[in-house]
Ligand binder design. Structure first.
Ligand code: IPE
Ligand code: IPE
Ligand code: MG
Ligand code: MG
Ligand code: MG
Length: 291
């Protein structure tokens, strides 16, 4: 793994520990479920995107900690709810029992609710960003996790079980359930770095493409990956009859599609007049990963 990725995964861990409430504070069980589900070895791809974009544009480390933590807190909440029995009913997450298994279903629902609210608090209450930046970031993040973003994508995912989607419908579902938060991560970095309109536009294109490549790889790993390495149950999509790229295109064509979208994402970076080295490294990490 690159030095950038190692160093900023560590920074993201520190920011998350700092911003999360302690498990010793009342109500302890709820706070413990929250920290259990966030501080548990995720890859921290979304914070890494915030840092890579923001630093590329000249933002300071300090100004990126809150947006990086906020988007990862939202992501962690989405995973807690994604794993619940009425959704994907998974027992394993990041190599450990899912939140509802380690605690109980009601606590897992509340931990997700509280994490979502807390993410917005972390972003709003931050002295390293201007008020204008904070409002822009709040709009980006709320849009990305609401009914026209992640939650909407999850609704489509659940409605689509056992159905034959068109490729356009599948891509739209991925764009919302996973793409929206990846896109938001890139845009939070762009706001912190005061990107001009043209840069913002190019970064949006990059984010949308790399977000799609990322979820295609997630679908591929569900087929090809090993549970022990993935830290989550392999083969879960097939068991639940989920529409995925491999289920629609087969494994080989899914890999070709992923490669095509990944290269398109890298091509957008060529239009930027900034040092994109870290974004290249991160894009490679997002698709070459085995967990
Ligand atoms: C998994 O996301 C869920 C999806 C949205 C595909 P990640 O692969 O980023 O999971 P963690 O955060 O590293 O556990
Ligand atoms: C999850 O997609 C997307 C969100 C959590 C919003 P998946 O259901 O494919 O994620 P995994 O495979 O359980 O991590
Ligand atoms: Mg799911
Ligand atoms: Mg799932
Ligand atoms: Mg998956």
């Amino acid at each position: 793994m690159s030095d950038f990725i190692c160093a900023y995964q560590e920074r993201a861990e520190m920011a998350l520990s700092l911003y999360l409430p302690s498990g010793d504070d009342e109500p302890c069980r709820l706070h413990q479920a929250m920290t259990y589900s966030v501080l548990n070895g995720g890859k921290r791809i979304r914070p890494l995107l915030v840092y890579a974009v923001g630093l590329m544009l000249g933002a300071s480390n300090d100004s990126l900690d809150a947006p990086a933590a906020a988007v990862e807190i939202i992501h962690s909440y989405s995973l807690i709810h994604d794993d619940l029995p009425p959704m994907d009913n998974d027992d394993l997450r990041r190599g450990k029992p899912t939140c509802h298994k380690a605690f109980d279903e009601a606590t897992a629902i509340l931990a997700g609710d509280a994490l979502q609210a807390h993410a917005f608090y972390v972003l709003a209450d931050n002295e390293h960003l201007t008020e204008k930046q904070r409002v822009k970031m709040l709009i980006i993040l709320t849009e990305a996790c609401g009914s026209l973003g992640m939650a909407g994508g999850q609704a489509i995912d659940l409605e689509s079980v056992g159905k034959a989607l068109t490729l356009t419908e599948l891509e739209n579902m991925h764009r919302l359930k996973t793409g929206a938060l990846i896109r938001a991560s890139v845009l939070l970095g762009a706001v912190a770095g005061n990107a001009d309109a043209k840069t913002f536009e190019i970064l949006t294109q990059f984010a949308e493409l790399i977000g799609l490549a990322f979820q295609i790889q997630d679908d591929i790993l569900d087929v090809e990956g090993e549970t022990a390495l993935l830290g989550k149950q392999a083969g879960a999509d097939q068991t639940l009859n989920k529409p995925t790229y491999p289920s629609m295109l087969g494994l080989q064509s899914s890999k070709e599609k992923m490669q095509y979208v990944y290269e398109a994402a890298l091509n957008t970076l060529k239009q930027l007049d900034f040092n994109t080295a870290w974004l290249y490294e991160l894009a490679a990490y997002m698709v070459e990963r085995d967990r």
